[in-house]
Design a protein around this ligand. Structure first.
Ligand code: BGC
Length: 816
């Protein structure tokens, strides 16, 4: 790096300085080595707005942060299928990061939506790796265009919140590569993030932050990633194993505990200095790649307008009977529903942004061409019947031409740290809608939810606009769709099943004990529904608009698919053209019937035709051949289909592809061959994995990796009491409609994380003693705790003094 003295080499640092550089100095800062010009970097969430805390710091979005633009969440922007837009949002995030003094933006999140139940789906893009990776690359290139670093997360196979820090994702190599890693591969290859965040969970028995297969073999060697791997907050386990495996920076701050362990490991020969140097070089290079003197002026009005445009492009019109929408100017509307007054525009947790301003639906309608005749709350957000609210809503609806009904999921349903248990809207909202049906001339539902809901009530509405979680200007965007000022062009980035039970992972999700078994294999989302012919409520890629499009003239050659699309309606609009590829000839491996391999969004005036080409790329025809530990293209015929969603593909062609002969299918995978994966027997999953299933550990003494929720089964009555109190408090916060994220985090947090998050107050040695206490050996444990505390303090004092001691600065050298 350029330090004013030429390029800095890691041999200019002392062993302790190197070790210390690999863990955080505080919740949001890395360590500095001032004598060598290595400055401390500031990291901050997050995915859809900058959460820069100036007062008390926390990684759960609890304490206040400086105002910043709250863009729509990733689940929302994913519906735009617009990579340019993703780039623009990313660039705005980057500019705000610069303005707020943030060096590394902790996002975007691009984990695959394995199940619609994941509590963090609102923060992720899609069930499909190609769409997720492409949009995430747009964000990353946008963020990094401002001179700061993005930090895509959480690498990898982090698709449930239950036991999120204490869960082992058990997954076969092919599914890992094709579904869960491909999105990250696209982001790394296309956008070269300078940093990447590892996941909390284990992957096939090894924590993600110390998983050499993920971090070395795949990320660095195969994809050429040369940046910093940051642990998720408190997600590191063994500091030495992490450094050896390719994990660079432990966050937030284990004090000097990890540095001490790294120094000892080098001195004892358990870690080579070369391994340490490799990580140190990554840190130094990250500092060098971020210009500290960068500057940005943020125009908050312009960013609010961008947030609105992003939300407009992401609204999905799911139903529009009898041309109910758009509503003509002057239409008399009754606005019903709690979400019209108090919008849900983002999810809960570390991604929470303190918006620069917030438009409510009532504000947006007041500024529109519609006439609001009444407003009624309609229901209590947290559930329960309220006859007077219902009566008021019915009166309001009867007085208007159209009832605009704002329904949605409440705050407890979409939160980091907590998975959903069902996909239903609250009963009181469904009952309200049914009652309105009887009195309203026309009903339009506007839905606020960052994820999938079941809709047995769909027949009770004439039109349905899904606004997802639209950010601070989301309400304006929806009103613009209602009036037709914007022609909706959002398309679903996830499948809407008729019932939760129709999802492939239903029987396995979430993993409730030590393991989360990904038994459904590659059949995630539409890959399952189209292959196993499962009917859907709305297919992947679906969305309506106020115009229509016709597809024609498909020509497929070795480079891609070329076709025309024409706007056959009366108004201008945008169409998301989608290309799916499947095997036409018999295959030597089991496959999904078709997979998304490209898309293009195009804006067309009425009557206008565009000729589009969607090129093939390295991802189009490949599959991961486990036996060869390599990607292969199977020789033979593939079908290439183009159209508006995965279940409606009017154009199709067959292409002969050159490649390798793939031998007979492996035996013993009948469920996978038939895509009948909702109840895969042990023997078949084991055959898919290529190894025996790990039996559930017999209940025994707890260890450092047991989450606090496991204290319910601890030998120590005190520990059991603590778990009971924790569970009670969490239950109470849920009933109040405001999940206590701190407690939820603790409940799923392993004991070891205490040594990673307390800035050295609790050391690893002390955690070992706590484990002794919870396992029933109270006095021995407490003795260890006290001794550990004293030793920890003493050692921290000694190491701090050593770090502060002046080291002679080497002479400048021209060679460096
Ligand atoms: C979340 C990350 C986030 C980090 C810092 C963790 O709990 O999983 O996504 O970036 O906290 O706030």
């Amino acid at each position: 790096m350029s330090t004013g003295r030429g390029t800095l080499m890691s041999d200019e640092l002392t062993l302790l300085e190197k070790a210390a550089l690999l863990s955080g100095a505080s919740v949001w800062e890395s360590r500095a080595v001032p004598r060598l010009g290595i400055r401390s970097m500031t990291l901050a969430d997050g995915p859809h707005g900058i959460r820069k805390q100036v007062g008390s710091s926390d990684h759960l979005g609890i304490n206040a942060s400086t105002p910043a633009t709250c863009f729509p969440t990733a689940a929302t922007v994913a519906n735009s299928w617009d990579v340019d837009l993703a780039h623009q949002v990313g660039a705005a995030l980057g500019a705000e990061a610069v303005d707020l003094g943030v060096d590394v933006v902790l996002g975007p999140g691009l984990n695959i939506k394995r199940s619609p139940l994941c509590g963090r789906n609102f923060e992720y893009f899609s069930e499909d790796p190609y769409l997720s990776g492409t949009l995430a690359a747009g964000y990353v290139s946008g963020i990094q265009s401002q001179g700061v670093s993005a930090c895509p997360k959480h690498f990898a196979v982090n698709s449930q919140e239950l036991r999120r820090m204490a869960s082992d994702s058990v997954i076969d190599e092919r599914t890992l590569r094709e579904i869960y890693l491909t999105a990250f591969e696209i982001v790394v290859r296309d956008a070269q993030p300078k940093a990447l965040m590892s996941a909390y969970n284990k992957v096939n028995g090894t924590y993600a932050h110390e998983n050499a297969h993920l971090l070395q073999d795949v990320l660095r060697t195969e994809w050429g990633f040369d940046g910093v791997v940051v642990s998720d907050w408190g997600g590191s386990n063994d500091a030495v194993a992490a450094v050896r495996a390719g994990g660079t920076l432990e966050m937030p701050s284990p004090g000097l505990d990890s540095a001490r362990q790294l120094v000892a490991a080098v001195e004892q020969g358990r870690l080579t200095e070369a391994e340490l140097d490799a990580r140190v070089a990554e840190m130094i290079s990250l500092v060098a790649r971020i210009d500290p003197s960068r500057d940005a002026t943020v125009d908050t009005d312009a960013h609010h307008a961008l947030a609105r445009r992003a939300a407009e492009a992401s609204q999905v019109l799911l139903k529009n009977d009898h041309g109910t929408l758009p509503l003509a100017a002057g239409t008399r509307v009754a606005v019903i529903g709690d979400f019209a007054q108090t919008p849900r525009y983002q999810g809960a947790g570390s991604s929470v942004v303190n918006p620069t301003r917030l438009t409510t639906t009532l504000d947006a309608l007041a500024a529109s061409s519609l006439e609001v005749v009444r407003h009624a709350q309609g229901f209590v957000r947290t559930g329960g019947a309220d006859p007077s609210l219902l009566a008021e809503a019915l009166t309001a609806a009867a007085a208007a031409d159209v009832a605009l009904v704002y329904l949605g999921l409440d705050e407890t349903s979409e939160s980091e740290g907590n998975d959903r248990t069902h996909l239903r809207l609250a009963d009181n909202q469904v009952a309200l809608l049914a009652a309105l049906r009887g009195v309203a001339t026309r009903v339009v539902v506007v839905l606020s939810a960052g994820s999938v809901v079941e809709m047995p009530w769909l027949g009770d509405t004439d039109a349905l606009v899904h606004g997802y979680l639209g950010g601070q200007a989301g309400a304006e965007a929806t009103v613009n769709v209602l009036t037709g000022a914007v022609n909706p062009s959002g398309r679903l980035a996830e499948t809407y099943p008729v019932r939760l039970e129709d999802t492939a992972s239903h029987a396995y999700y979430p993993g409730r004990h030590e393991t989360a078994e990904y038994r459904e294999g590659i059949y995630v989302g539409y890959r399952h529904t189209v292959t196993a012919a499962v009917p859907t409520l709305f297919p992947f890629g679906f969305g309506l608009g106020y115009t229509t499009f016709a597809y024609a003239d498909l020509v497929v050659d070795a480079h891609g698919a070329t076709f025309t699309v024409t706007n056959t309606g009366a108004v201008a609009g945008a169409e998301v053209t989608q290309m799916y590829v499947g095997r036409h000839a018999p295959s030597g491996v089991h496959r999904a019937a078709r997979e998304l391999k490209g898309f293009r969004k195009v804006h067309l005036e009425p009557g206008e035709t565009a000729t589009l080409t969607i090129p093939f790329d390295r991802y189009t025809f490949r599959h991961f051949a486990v036996a060869h530990d390599a990607w292969q293209v199977e020789a033979g015929e593939f079908s290439v289909q183009v159209g508006p969603n995965v279940e409606d593909l009017p154009l199709a062609a067959v292409l002969e592809v050159a490649g390798e002969e793939v031998a007979d299918r492996p035996a013993g995978l009948a469920s996978y061959d038939a895509a009948a994966v909702t109840a895969v027997p042990d023997a078949e999953f084991s055959a898919l994995l290529g190894r025996e299933l790990v039996a559930r550990a017999p209940r025994g003494p707890l260890d450092v990796n047991a989450p606090l929720r496991a204290l319910h089964g601890a030998r120590s009555p005190l520990a059991r009491l603590a778990a009971w109190v924790l569970a009670r408090l969490i239950g109470r916060s849920m009933r109040r409609g405001k999940p206590d994220l701190n407690l939820l985090f603790l409940y799923n947090m392993p004991l070891r994380a205490m040594a990673k998050m307390t800035n050295g107050t609790v050391t690893t040695e002390m955690v070992d003693s706590m484990v002794t206490v919870v396992n029933g050996r109270f006095f021995r444990g407490v003795g260890g705790l006290v001794a550990g505390y004293v030793r920890g303090r003493r050692s921290t004092r000694r190491l701090s003094a050593e770090l502060a001691r002046p080291v002679p600065v080497p002479a400048p050298s021209a060679a460096r």
